[in-house]
Design a protein around this ligand. Structure first.
Ligand SMILES: *Cc1c(COP(=O)(O)O)cnc(C)c1O
Length: 389
């Protein structure tokens, strides 16, 4: 620790900062030199193709954010005012906001404990019940949280049984697999995010993938103000300005080249935290479900206060006092004031994970001494409560 700067012990450690590789600037420079500073251009086409190759999908549309991609996905499957959309409850609000944009209502489904993602049994029971009532949800949005795949197969089977389109929110799970296949490539449409905190970033951006070419051409059409093929500006449908910039697509192409390194670093963070902290009473690490490989985008832990003698919030505050950014697990959407009055199925698992769960600094650029500082701060927080009790 001798070579570390004096302010190392107080310099901030962030949850998941951007981590650029060696090639991004080269691609951005190309965009400048060729004057492709627009939401069209060669980097966009190349980024879409290279991205599809990495995840194993046929067609892709690069857009301005993951939220925009979700909004387009719901439009593409025909969600309209008054419709219901079944959706994971344990997730970031961006998963469900587009349901509201379209005047539809979310139907929140609880998590299972194996993957922390949508419980397939609850979903199929809910779809069966809605079917008996004669009003099926118009779509299912399945989230793959914190880099881990949901149990896709039974969820896909339930959707197929009731002929409901499946949209995968893979914003947090680029690089993760389910039975060896990339998350986001199972459903009718898969959605990814390149926001600054995600495993790779374009500073802001998203991607929509599908094996159905007409869905992707329709997505690009809607994302470009739904401009009809005419020599003048003619519009028959309501569109959006959702295309990604060619400059940012250049960043994306560079980031794509280091994706597997990023997955490795994040998995190493997790493994190291687990080795160093698992002995503490009442601590548990987010399980890795047997059906896939998680990227460990964020290392998540839960604290059982009865055993630990300290709760999630006390740990979070102790870390914040050391200038270490840790965040509670997502507050479930069925508990958000925004969605008061919306229907939810179950919810106790997601609520428990929120109450007890904490995300630790997990960036792929996190250094070993930084990781040690986080570990020491948690161990110290435990030791402190022992002394005062
Ligand atoms: C980040 C995120 C999104 C939204 O992506 P943006 O690119 O930030 O719009 C959607 N869903 C989940 C689960 C996310 O984590």
């Amino acid at each position: 620790m001798n070579s570390l700067p004096l302010d190392f012990m107080t310099s901030p450690i962030l949850l998941s900062p951007p981590h650029l590789g060696d090639r991004e600037l080269e691609f951005v420079k190309q965009a400048f030199e060729t004057n492709w500073i627009a939401p069209v251009g060669p980097h966009i086409d190349a980024f879409e193709q290279e991205f599809c190759q990495v995840v194993g999908s046929k067609y892709g549309a690069a857009v301005s954010s993951g939220t925009a991609a979700l909004h387009l996905a719901l439009r593409l499957v025909g969600v309209e005012p008054g419709d219901e959309v079944a959706c994971s409850t344990l997730t970031f609000v961006a998963t469900a906001n587009p349901i509201l944009y379209l005047g539809a209502s979310p139907l929140f489904i609880d998590s299972d404990r194996t993957s922390w993602n949508m419980d397939p049994v609850l979903l199929s029971e809910t779809l069966a019940q809605r079917d008996r009532q004669g009003k099926r949800p118009k779509a299912v949005i399945l989230v793959h949280l914190y880099g881990q795949s949901a149990d896709i197969q039974p969820i896909q089977a339930a959707c197929q049984r009731y002929e409901i389109p499946l949209i995968e929110d893979a914003a947090e799970s680029l690089g993760a697999t389910y039975q060896g296949q990339s998350t986001g490539t199972f459903g009718d449409i898969g959605v990814y995010s390149f926001n600054g905190n995600k495993i790779i970033t374009t500073s802001g951006g998203g991607m929509l993938v599908s094996n159905q070419p007409e869905l992707i051409s329709q997505a690009k059409f809607l994302a470009t103000q739904a401009r009809d093929p005419a020599p003048y500006y003619q519009h028959s449908q309501m569109g959006y300005n959702y295309r990604l910039s060619n400059v940012l697509a250049g960043i994306g192409r560079g980031q794509l080249q280091v994706l597997s390194d990023r997955v490795l670093s994040r998995r190493q963070n997790f493994a190291h935290y687990a080795r160093a902290l698992s002995h503490l009473p009442g601590i548990e690490f987010m399980p890795e479900a047997p059906f896939g490989q998680s990227t460990r985008w964020l290392t998540c832990v839960t604290f059982e206060p009865q055993l630990a003698g300290i709760d999630r919030e006390q740990i979070r505050i102790a870390l914040a006092q050391q200038n270490i950014e840790a965040r509670p697990v997502w507050k479930p959407l069925h508990r958000q004031p925004l969605f008061a009055g919306c229907t939810s199925v179950g919810g106790a698992v997601a609520e428990d994970l929120f109450q007890r769960g904490l995300c630790l600094p997990s960036g792929s650029s996190l250094t070993v001494p930084e990781r040690e500082r986080v570990i020491e701060a948690i161990v110290a927080a435990y030791a402190k409560v022992k002394v005062t009790c």
